[in-house]
Write a protein that binds this ligand. Sequence first.
Ligand code: 3H9
Length: 697
Amino acid sequence: MSDVVTYSREQSSGVITVNYPPVNALSHAVRSGLLAALEQGQKDAEAKVLLLVCEGRTFIAGADIREFGKPMQEPGLPEVVNTFESSDKPIVAAIHGTALGGGLETALGCHYRVALSSAKVGLPEVKLGLLPGAGGTQRLPRLTGAQKALEMITTGEFVGAKDALALGIVDAVEDGSDIRAAGLAFANKLADEGKPVRRVRDITDKIDAEKGSDVFNQFREGLKKRARGLFSPFKCVDAVEAAFNLPFDEGMKRERELFMECMESPQRAGLIHSFFAEREVSKVKGLSKDTPVRDVKTVGVIGAGTMGGGIAMNFANVGIPVTMVEVKQEALDKGLAIIRRNYENSAKKGKLTQEQVEERMSLITPSLTYDDFKDVDLVIEAVFENMAIKKEIFSKLDAVCKPGAILASNTSTLDIDEIASATKRPEDVVGMHFFSPANVMKLLENVRGEKTSDEVKATVMAVAKKIKKVGVLVGNCHGFVGNRMLHKRGAEAMSLVNEGATPQQVDKVLTDLGYPMGQFAMSDLAGIDVGYRIREERRNAGEHVEPSWMDKLAEQNRLGQKTQAGVYRYEEGSRKPIPDPEVDKLIEEFRKEQGITPREISDQEILERCMYVMINEGAKILEEGIADRSLDIDIVWIYGYGFPAYRGGPMFWADQLGLDTILEAVKTYQDTVGGEQWKPAALLEKLVAEGKTFGDL
Ligand code: 3H9
């Protein structure tokens, strides 16, 4: 008998227990163990009812994702689930934690389901580029009807136990924390009452009622917008529809075919890479579980602008009090009003109660003096990008803050070590780079300075988790990982327009790749002045920065969405970019001034120049140790800039495309376009020479 699945008997219940940490995923050992234990249960004459229950933190959380992409070992999961369903003895699934994907499908193959009230169920396969492939698309709609099954399967969202009860997914919900006891009580009662098996495959009332319904086409229409560029959500709808059009066994076959199509899609590979990468980034080189972490119970934020306000909200959202300091009362009032408006909007959408709005507002204390930072555990400075001002602030913080307080800067480009040099405690100074809007975007790019202590690094990574962000720890350089690569892309995009492309053409190539917005729509959102100020800082520091038509925009106060005009124009109250002939004229004039004759530029050239310049820079970032692994870069781009997760991040995308193809193009652009950015990264050349990928590092 397998040691990950065991069989025992308690009174008249035969108990099948899965114990395969961390999440009882359905590995080959678990699948074969389940069949073996079931056989034992069938043979056990004393067992009237069987109970499936899991040890540890959760019920089965799905198929073992680590096995995907490798040859499948029998028995497959559909066979296991079908065998459970075919059992002549009733089987009860007892659910705690999360019954997800193949886990919920296994439970649906059982005849009854009992859950703890804290449990959740869901079919999140779509988030991995898949569809439920062990009967989920055929069984779930038999219980819930088409609409709810489509919602659950195409979004992958979880449903709490109480809602699952109302939807008919589970039969009983129990309070408390002892799932084994709850399961046994339910199973023994069934045995006493002599309840028969009840197979979901045979429940057809909802199927009969909704046959031929228009709900599937309506759903497909909605998905065109909601799931733009994605493959598997549409396959999910096809599979659920099959449950209504085909007899059960044929529906299962159709599900299998569609599942295999998804399995073979590159989106599946990209999404599974993203899934594991998101978990890997929290494991930082040089830090361990034993690295001490400081308690962060109170936070200070400097600046009540868009960034400072967004940052403050993150902490208030998880119950951590924030002191927010500004220079002027008006700025504080304005900042607080914006925070309140954001919370009120969430309340209008039903995401918060009015009580929660007030609770969160009460956690944010406005102040005009740094003296109020004397007791805080962490201060985050979020004023605009100017080194002299930041140094002045950090020297003040050094004087005011208690020993052991972490002093963080939200700078998006500037040198953390230089900022730290303004204090006598560089070991406590660190970058915490939030992405706009800071209360929404999931990335927190934590930047380690030369002297930042391990304890501080570990603490800011823990803070990221606490405020529900994905933290990535990176090294110190101009722009760190994200903006360093973005600036290369931005400069290339600007040059492409200099040479003859339109901003709309560049943006379309990027949105076609799957970005939520293009380079120039993004500049308008962030503010044209942001890039302008950075270029000016570099010019003031003596660097040569090419003149640009975008400088002209800034000089004409076309600052983006906030002035309703930037690269695009915006109608009152709308964020929709509209191409503006004024800008075409401005670009034309700029070209004339610079003596440039515009040429036709292909979409392929735009794609290569915008993406390969980033990949080449990413390789340099790895070479210099600014990022430890290519997956750190991938996560920065997925969560900070909306790079499509289904492409796995830019470095994974590059690996899939072939680094040799990229290197060849980089060399061509080095000759035709020129500039430091097109000098091939030594690492890229090395990997190509060795036939390796970034993922092999
Ligand atoms: C499926 O079921 C297909 C079927 O329909 C058809 C088959 C034919 N496999 O997230 P955490 C690891 S597709 C392998 O940090 P949490 C994870 O990598 C599957 N490993 O914890 C991590 O490892 P490490 C459908 C898995 O408490 C550790 O467990 N199911 C799997 O924040 C802890 O994970 C899903 O998509 C897995 N399935 O969240 C569920 N799941 O410690 C995916 C997790 O080495 N999982 N690991 O870094 C989740 O959503 C969350 O992990 C869960 C726990 C909510 C379960």
